[in-house]
Write a protein that binds this ligand. Structure first.
Ligand SMILES: Cc1cc2nc3c(=O)[nH]c(=O)nc-3n(C[C@H](O)[C@H](O)[C@H](O)COP(=O)(O)OP(=O)(O)OC[C@H]3O[C@@H](n4cnc5c(N)ncnc54)[C@H](O)[C@@H]3O)c2cc1C
Length: 358
């Protein structure tokens, strides 16, 4: 039986990542809010590469959900099903809702508590420290940023980056990819493009590529794209709202098409724009505003619309430099570094949740 609720409207947020954390925070004093996430904490996702070379950095970037949600209820369990009026969790809980917001951008990586994630980063750090040669597989933002972090903090290590595509950073423009390549090679990172690594070929620390090259590495990191967190929706009442890429189709008010009380925000949606955390936060602001209006019984004509944003992306290159692409302008060096690479937007992200930046 679904857990009953009182007079106050209930909003259930599934996914406490970049977008979901903010919407739950914004609504906690306006409704009976439940936040369901498979782990106890929110982690600022793009900081995970820095945390591998500096594990103490993660103390500020991993935030227990309960710390910024004193007036909401946090449920630590994966959501497994949705019906028209309730959400089911892996632990078998049924949580009724008046309004639902799906924000499951990408699935977690298995660590359940902050302590587990901190020890994971400590182990990753030890792995890097004790290796002379390191192989990063994948030349998207994760592979580029990880190679940048390692070569900055451990300039004497031999770092090789292998990418199956013909250029780095394919999610943004060619110039950005070229600037990343130039920066990495200037730091003596070996970049191999147009080849993939046969992972099962590894023998005595030697990896073979699809082009027959042999790469010696004491350890490797798989930096390939994170899957979309929507596979769990395939058997739910939203199964017909997934597009061919597994993204939830939303209308301009950020409601799942055809559902008046179900919203979706962040990377899980089909909004035609770059998948970026600051945009997931912008979605959260619009959806929270709309939810507040609906909770107060306001007319639907008052709901705000979300307009897809033009491309803006930052890629860090170590602690001081970076690459920025805004519309069709690409810039690299110290300025993008000052904007992103120093603190990786951690202070700002913490303040948005009402926490001290330090
Ligand atoms: C290397 C890298 C660098 C980046 N740099 C930037 C940057 O500089 N600026 C920027 O704005 N963006 C950046 N991004 C993109 C940004 O991280 C994503 O766009 C953002 O995390 C999307 O937010 P979200 O809320 O949609 O999903 P997420 O932040 O992925 O959160 C999803 C949450 O849902 C939970 N979840 C998933 N499935 C379930 C389930 N079934 N039940 C319960 N919980 C579930 C997960 O545990 C997670 O907490 C970067 C990404 C990468 C990989």
């Amino acid at each position: 039986m679904a857990e009953l609720h009182g007079e106050e409207k209930r909003v259930v947020v599934v996914g406490g990542g970049v977008g979901g954390s903010l919407i739950a925070k914004n609504l906690q004093n306006h409704a009976d809010v439940f936040l369901i996430d498979s782990k106890e904490y929110f982690e600022i996702p793009w900081t995970s590469l820095r945390s591998r070379v500096e594990p103490s950095f993660a103390e500020r970037t991993i935030i227990n959900q309960a710390d910024y949600l004193p007036n909401a209820r946090v449920v630590t369990s994966a959501a497994t099903n949705i019906t028209e009026n309730e959400v089911q969790t892996a632990q078998g809980r049924l949580i009724a809702y008046d309004y639902l917001d799906v924000a499951t951008g990408h699935p977690g990586d298995g660590a359940y508590t902050k302590a587990q994630k901190l020890s994971y980063y400590q182990a990753e750090y030890e792995k890097i420290k004790s290796s002379n040669s390191i192989l990063a597989i994948g030349g998207g933002p994760t592979g580029v940023e990880l190679a940048g972090e390692i070569i900055t903090d451990f300039p004497d290590k031999k770092v090789t980056l292998v990418h199956r595509g013909s250029r780095l950073l394919e999610f943004i423009g060619e110039k950005a990819g070229k600037k990343a390549l130039d920066w990495l090679t200037s730091k003596k990172v070996e970049v191999i493009l147009g080849q993939s690594v046969k992972l099962d070929s590894e023998s005595d620390g030697v990896y073979e590529t699809s082009g027959g090259e042999k790469i010696r590495a004491d350890c490797h990191f798989l930096c390939v794209g994170n899957p979309i967190g929507s596979s769990w929706l395939k058997e739910t009442c939203l199964k017909d709202n997934l597009d061919a890429n597994g993204r939830l189709m939303v209308d301009s008010k950020l409601r799942v098409k055809g559902h008046k009380n179900i919203f979706a925000i962040g990377d899980v949606t089909d909004i035609p724009e770059l998948k970026q955390g600051y945009l997931a936060q912008a979605h959260a602001a619009v959806a929270a505003k709309n939810l507040k209006l609906l909770i107060k019984g306001q007319n639907e004509s008052k709901l705000s619309s979300y307009k897809p944003a033009s491309p803006l992306a930052f890629v860090s290159l170590g602690r001081k430099e970076g690459i920025a692409q805004a519309m069709c302008i690409t810039m690299s060096g110290r300025i993008p570094g000052i904007i992103k690479s120093g603190d990786l937007f951690v202070g700002r992200s913490r303040r948005q949740l009402g926490l001290k930046s330090a």
